[in-house]
Ligand binder design. Structure first.
Ligand code: GDP
Ligand code: ZN
Length: 449
């Protein structure tokens, strides 16, 4: 931690300016060895000047020095804004390394912000999520977390637990009978309330995760019903290969689209056709796996042909509550028998579209959006698997505490479970952490963040 680190903070490549960030005890000393301002140094003021080495001017630049603790890392920080080309950036960085800084690891600036207590772990993660956000929905939930929404919720739950703990520990001084009469019902009520809150976080976890990671939709159906055409029509591109020969789409093909700010990952599959062709069998196995991993499966049918045995097989393979039927080729004469379809797709919502004319696509998109986000974005709390696991572990501890109370176990056992619950919640904000987890989280950051 005593090291002073430096890295390019802006995206690599060419731009009008590039910002190099330095953090640590030697930030100012390193800056002064490299950058020569036209006017005298003054903290928090962007100064005009030159980056110089022994040979002369390396770049014309601006620089600022920000003393601790009111900085991103809470350490001394400096920035050099040089010209945004690889040569000025590399030469300036090299000079900084010679002046005592070392290259920063990915995420190291934000890691220091966390270790120095400027942000908690959920907020640090949200910084990365915001940078990686593909759509507005992802940005919205990341901003909420960055601003402290989840951290505050965790804090509230923890302080309720602390109160509970204080009361149970006070109860250690009372005789058993008094505890039984006076405290048990009250403790039970409060534990039940806490359990409800934890359960709600778990129930709503999908909202945040879908917003952040996107909603996975698989287009399934026998060859030639129009999966590739529909994928193209929905994404507005011509990426998937469309042909009139059955079995052309051999591999799975992903297309990302944005519907009302939410990211959808649409996957075209090779179809669930039984086949001897090995290349195609690999595709079939993949498409089965894709269907299992998807949030939603769109079963595409060809309305101009009616229901075939292969269609029935696809419908039969659907997981309950995970499918929509899309009858394509609505521009052609309708041969689909409603009764027959009802038999094979009971309780499955049906949409009529034409990939060719675009008819019905807007209402299909609306349906996809409602399916992906049945609740408003604002009810999102947890955004990562890690958060969900921590809340589930906290809930398990709380249930053990409840069982201990029910079974008239010694009060100190109860207190232990409550304390464990508190700690699991603390994993979310990083009050409780181990190096390994921290490294895993920050490794995923880009360089210079
Ligand atoms: P896939 O094998 O399910 O991916 O089907 P394709 O997208 O490759 O389409 C098979 C054939 O059906 C192609 O000749 C498409 O032009 C045609 N097709 C797809 N969608 C429509 C549609 O909505 N209307 C009509 N008339 N033809 C379509
Ligand atoms: Zn296709």
């Amino acid at each position: 931690m005593e090291d002073t680190i430096a890295a390019l903070a802006t995206a690599p490549g060419r731009g009008s300016i590039a910002v190099i960030r330095i953090s640590g005890e030697k930030a100012r000393a390193a800056l002064e060895k490299v950058f020569y301002p036209k006017n005298p140094w003054e903290p928090r003021k962007l100064l005009y000047g030159f980056v110089r080495d022994d040979g002369g001017v390396v770049d014309e630049a601006m620089a600022v020095y920000l003393p601790a603790p009111h900085t991103y890392t809470r350490e001394d920080v400096a920035e050099i804004h040089c010209h945004g080309g690889p040569v000025p950036v590399e030469r300036t960085l090299k000079l900084l390394f010679e002046a005592g800084a070392r290259p920063a690891e990915p995420g190291e600036f934000t890691k220091r912000a966390f270790l120095n207590g400027r942000v908690d772990l959920a907020q640090a993660e949200a910084v990365m999520d915001l940078i990686g956000a593909e759509g507005e929905a992802a940005a919205r939930v990341s901003l909420d977390l960055m601003e402290g929404k989840l951290s505050r919720k965790v804090g509230e739950l923890q302080s309720a637990l602390t109160d509970l703990l204080a009361e149970t520990e006070a109860a250690l001084d009372y005789p058993e009978e008094d505890l039984e009469e006076m405290m048990k019902p009250a403790l039970e009520n409060r534990m039940a309330a806490l359990q409800g809150e934890l359960q709600k976080l778990i129930d709503n976890a999908n909202i945040g995760r879908v917003a952040l990671e996107g909603f996975k939709v698989v287009l399934a159906g026998r060859p030639n019903v129009g999966k590739s055409s529909l994928l193209n029509a929905l994404s507005g591109t011509e990426r998937a290969i469309v042909t009139a020969i059955a079995g052309t789409t051999r591999d799975t093909l992903e297309e990302t689209i944005d519907i009302r700010g939410l990211t959808f990952r649409l996957l075209d599959t090779a179809g669930i056709r039984e086949t001897q062709d090995t290349v195609e069998s690999i595709g079939v196995a993949r498409s089965r796996r894709a269907m299992a991993e998807a949030h939603l499966v769109l079963v595409i049918l060809d309305g101009s042909e009616g229901l075939k045995a292969e269609d029935q097989a696809v419908l039969a393979s659907l997981e309950k509550g995970k499918g929509l039927v899309v009858i394509n080729k609505g521009d052609l004469p309708d041969q689909m028998e409603d009764g027959e379809l009802q038999k094979w797709a009971p309780d499955i919502p049906i949409w009529h579209v034409s990939a060719k004319t675009g008819e019905g696509l807007e209402s299909l998109k609306d349906a996809l959006y409602r399916w992906a986000l049945p609740q408003p974005l604002g009810s999102a709390g947890l955004t990562h698997e890690r958060h969900v696991l921590a809340v589930k572990a906290a809930l398990a501890s709380l249930m053990r505490a409840n069982a201990a109370l029910d079974g008239d176990m010694p009060v100190d056992l109860l207190a232990m479970d409550l304390h464990e619950c508190w700690e699991h919640l603390g994993e979310i904000t990083g009050q409780v952490y181990n190096e390994f987890i921290i490294d895993r989280i920050f490794e995923k950051f880009c360089l210079g963040k």
